[in-house]
Design a protein around this ligand. Structure first.
Ligand code: AMP
Length: 606
């Protein structure tokens, strides 16, 4: 059977994938799966595509073209060195390169291809893409929408009906689509976006911030030199990516400039908090588009079954948090957001040739992993709660770290308790390890302790806690961190929920606090139980509808047979309880409706 390649012809990067024996593979070249969508001609007149072209872009901008996708369907001529080309011709060079990578890797020739385009591409832009394929010697059997392709990676053998929200934030563009899948037929209900918003804009903001700080200190603007600017730009992109998994990143470039014969170095540390503050307005823009797309599709947030992440910038934790808040659902990034569209195109190819395409299997962590910490809530009391570090459904291997702070002046030790579970309430999670870090510096409260989780594909979890100022560290290894929680946890949940109605025990805790202390003194939290009990009574009186739904969820949780359903009930119940605790009326309403809908839907199945 002839294999049909799947190609994501992206603005920033392009990828090629194929199906073999019902499984999807992405072609690698020199260990890399992404090909930068950059084309250039070197000074000797040799064609460069991908990394070599990207690398020469700063030195020879007149011989290099980036983001040609933005020009598809226009008459614009692109001059590279002595010749000029159409956008389709430039795109053909990228497609021809991808085709040669596939042929090199698999030792066979390929002719047929499925190519993806943004949902908003008009007929002229689609035709220009088809022409690019033909110029690359390919037979374009189908052009499909990128959100459709992304949906296919999550639903290749779907029967029944699902509504997906595809959030695609790349380097230079943002798209959000609402997609409905009914008995295998995929329909894009609405698409919104911004063709000039993406990770490059995050880089630009961070770049300006770094240049301003440098200028303040050295009275010299790095933006005035092309070489310095390009070095800073590369360094900030690296730091930005680091901040997706770590709480701090250092931008360090030696001999970045010269002033009065003196060589100047750049060394600036950025915290994730500061970075997030800088990019919040841009992410808010994308969230507004999400609202518009939902509105146009006439779909309520509660009707969205899955939120799928696409594009490298969707790995930004703030993106995932703001999106999850807007939709009230965890977001899915199990399939690599960079490769999702190419893989979906390959699935489409497989469906055309009648290949038996199975579900795309990816190693993910089935449970959230984190530590216990003290949080100061809006009522001023402290609660001991679960602080997630690696969230459920993250592909493994992975590494993430977070910063916590000591609670007391001169605190000499902290205990790191490692938990697995989905609830803020530690009672509902399972402790899987602990260790002490002793001999901390005698400093005021707020000493920074960085907690790092390294999870490998075999489920071995290394947890390290490090005092930032001295490097003093302690660690623990958990052998089987991917293994399922024992059934006792579900029992614990039921008992816990029961106690919530009886008012005999603390209920899911308030989590609105922003000062987090590593657990140093559990005694303190117990003294808060009385306050929490009273609070619980008041909450029950204030939200009778939510109370009813919670009671029903308790009854149902004992009856559902699927672990996923049980988890979903559990998560929504905790969210609703948290919203009630923090008097967040909007969220109480939202989660009451969501939980009600879920229970209504599940009622038929129990
Ligand atoms: P794409 O256009 O989908 O290839 O996405 C490229 C953009 O994703 C670039 O701006 C990258 O800097 C950004 N990116 C890649 N990985 C990450 C990450 N881990 N966190 C944040 N941004 C990332």
């Amino acid at each position: 059977m002839e294999t049909i390649l799947g190609i994501d012809l992206g603005t920033t990067n392009s990828e090629v994938a194929y199906i073999r024996d019902g499984k999807v593979f992405v072609i690698e070249k020199d260990g890399r799966k992404l090909l930068p969508s950059v084309v250039g001609i070197d000074p000797q007149g040799k064609l460069l595509v991908g990394y070599p072209a990207k690398n020469q872009a700063v030195l020879f901008p007149e011989r290099t073209i980036k983001s040609v996708k933005r020009l598809m369907g226009t008459d614009q001529k692109i001059t590279l060195g002595d010749s000029s080309y159409s956008p389709s011709e430039i795109s053909a060079m990228i497609l021809r390169t991808l085709r040669s990578y596939a042929e090199e890797a698999l030792g066979e020739t390929f002719k047929k291809v499925v190519i993806t385009v943004p949902a908003f591409f008009n007929d002229t832009q689609r035709e220009a893409t088809r022409l690019a394929g033909e110029l690359a010697g390919l037979d374009v059997v189908r052009i499909i929408n990128e959100p459709t392709a992304a949906s296919l990676t999550y639903n290749s053998d779907t029967t029944g009906c699902e509504t997906l929200l595809i959030y695609d934030l790349g380097g230079g563009t943002f798209d959000v689509s609402i997609v409905k899948i009914e008995d295998g037929v995929i329909e894009v209900l609405s698409s919104h976006g911004d063709t000039h918003l993406g990770g490059d804009d995050f880089d630009k903001l961070l770049f300006d911030n770094v240049c301003d700080t440098f200028k303040k200190k050295n009275k010299l603007d790095l933006r005035d030199s092309l070489t310095s600017s390009s070095r800073v730009l590369q360094a900030v992109e690296k730091a930005k990516i680091q901040l997706s998994s770590e709480p701090f990143a250092t931008i360090k470039e030696e001999f970045i400039a010269e002033k009065g014969g003196e060589k100047l170095h750049l060394e600036i540390e950025i915290s994730r908090d500061d970075y997030e503050e800088i990019i919040t307005p841009l992410i808010e823009k994308t969230i507004t588009c999400v609202g518009d797309a939902l509105h146009d599709a006439k779909v309520q947030t509660s009707e969205i079954d899955k939120v799928v992440l696409v594009g490298g910038s969707s790995r930004t934790p703030l993106v995932q948090n703001m999106l999850a808040n807007k939709i009230g659902k965890t977001v899915h990034g199990e399939v690599d957001p960079d490769l999702c569209v190419a893989m979906g195109a390959a699935v489409q190819g497989g469906l055309i040739t009648g290949d038996n395409v199975g579900q795309i299997l990816i190693d993910i962590t089935p449970h959230t992993l984190g530590v216990s910490c003290l949080s100061v809530g809006s009522f001023g009391y402290e609660t001991l709660q679960f602080s997630p570090i690696i969230t459920r459904n993250t592909p493994v291997p992975c590494s993430r770290s977070e910063v916590y702070y000591t609670r007391s002046d001169n605190q000499e030790s902290v205990i790191t308790r490692v938990y697995q579970g989905e609830s803020r309430d530690l009672d509902l999670d399972t402790q899987i390890g602990e260790f002490w870090l002793k001999g901390l510096s005698k400093v005021p409260a707020g000493n920074e302790i960085v907690c790092k989780f390294d999870l490998n594909a075999d489920g071995i979890l290394h947890v390290t806690a490090t005092e930032r100022s001295t490097g003093l560290s302690g660690n623990v290894t958990v052998e089987n961190a991917l293994a399922k929680q024992d059934a006792a946890v579900n029992d614990k949940f039921r008992k816990h929920l029961e106690s919530f109605f009886e008012g005999s025990q603390s209920h899911p805790s308030n989590v609105s606090g922003d000062v987090i202390d590593i657990d140093s003194d559990e005694q303190n939290t117990k003294t808060n139980t009385e306050i929490q009990k009273k609070l619980s009574e008041a909450i029950k009186a204030r939200y009778p509808d939510a109370g009813k739904v919670l009671r029903k969820s308790y009854e149902m949780a004992g009856k559902v047979t699927s672990e996923d359903d049980e988890n979903e009930i559990q998560q929504l119940t905790v969210k609703l309880s948290e919203a009630m605790n923090s008097n967040n009326d909007d969220n109480v309403k939202k989660f009451t409706v969501q939980l009600e809908d879920l229970l209504f839907y599940l009622e038929d199945s129990v």
